[in-house]
Design a protein around this ligand. Sequence first.
Ligand SMILES: [Fe+2]
Ligand SMILES: [Fe+2]
Length: 406
Amino acid sequence: MENKVIRDVLFKIQSLPPLPSSVGRLFQLADDPNTDIRDITQTISGDQALTTKVLRVSNSAFYGLSHRVSTISQAVMILGFQGVKNLSLGISVFEFFHKNVPDVSFNREDFWRHSLGVACSSRILSPLFRIPNPEEAYTSGLIHDIGRAIFMEYFTEQYIELLKKAEVGEKSLISLEREAFGIDHAALGGKLCEHWKLPHIFIQAVADHHSSHPQKQPVLKGQDGHEGRMVNLIQVADNVAKIARVGASGDPHVKMDFMQLLAVEKVLPDHVFQLLVDLPTEIQKAEVFFDLVAKPLNVKETEDIPSNRVAVLLKNSVEEGFVSMVLQRLGYHVVTSLDINNEQALAGVIIDEVVSPTLQEFIYRSHLPVLNFAKWQNENKTTINHSVHLERLEAWLGETLASRIG
Ligand SMILES: [Fe+2]
Ligand SMILES: [Fe+2]
């Protein structure tokens, strides 16, 4: 029975139409050292629909160019071959899902908004992960969840049941998918990339974006292992988009362990904090890509943000980084150490164990609210290893801190 389910799923993948031949040709050209600019312009210009869209996106705020791009050869000169190639792939994948799957079962806009959030985050963070081609990171982010689109569109009722179960938090969406279909959306998306004969870097980024500890099993294919770093980048970007509450990822729980990947790649959490601030604007610029209807993003406006400092003093550095990031998203300024004798006003202190007598005395003197994260985690336990329900965590932090202000 189980075998039949996975056979059905894989058969579905095999029966999906290919991407436009012009995109396949661009990837062939990319591998050919003799390719010149005329081959590229001819390939794109031969596909009228693609030409129009490449020009449109080239002229949008997404690239912020000062000159108007009116021909494909100009676009190639300005954006580079890699840029135009990956842009063409991004446009084609998006088009594919618009044309070939019925819009019945899920909020497609939220799905693509999440994908865009991961794409933008990946592009912005790519230099920190030493990824040579930021457009490749962008495209990997854009397509990382395509397996989810397949489940949602072709196995609708069964998948909606899974999403409801995932909300409860006994099992992650990924393990529920494996149980029900014999394959999860990451592996399924990887299969679709293979079916489309995409380059290995995309197949791997999609297939491994939920692997537990890729940093412990670095995959050193390609130049200097950048395929392994791309997987790490997409995992970080996926979680950043979740914390930034951009679109919907399908799973309300976030595993905190992705913070370890930042340490592995020697990326400072401050860079990610900045990204949480920049992301909404980046996404707005990118929306032209897909003609998404402009909709207010689920991010607080600057004037609503309380200018409060919160001290996060957690023993576990992964948890400390994670909680800090969530607080940052909520508009708090986070400090991770306290100079008790010279401390400015605080909105609260987040701890996870018995605090030292000096700190206790300080908290008592300053009438500070103390939030015990370890206790909250115990009371809101999911059985998914080291994960939290993001919305509930935000509500607890926001309400507890706000209720005691003033
Ligand atoms: Fe995913
Ligand atoms: Fe995702």
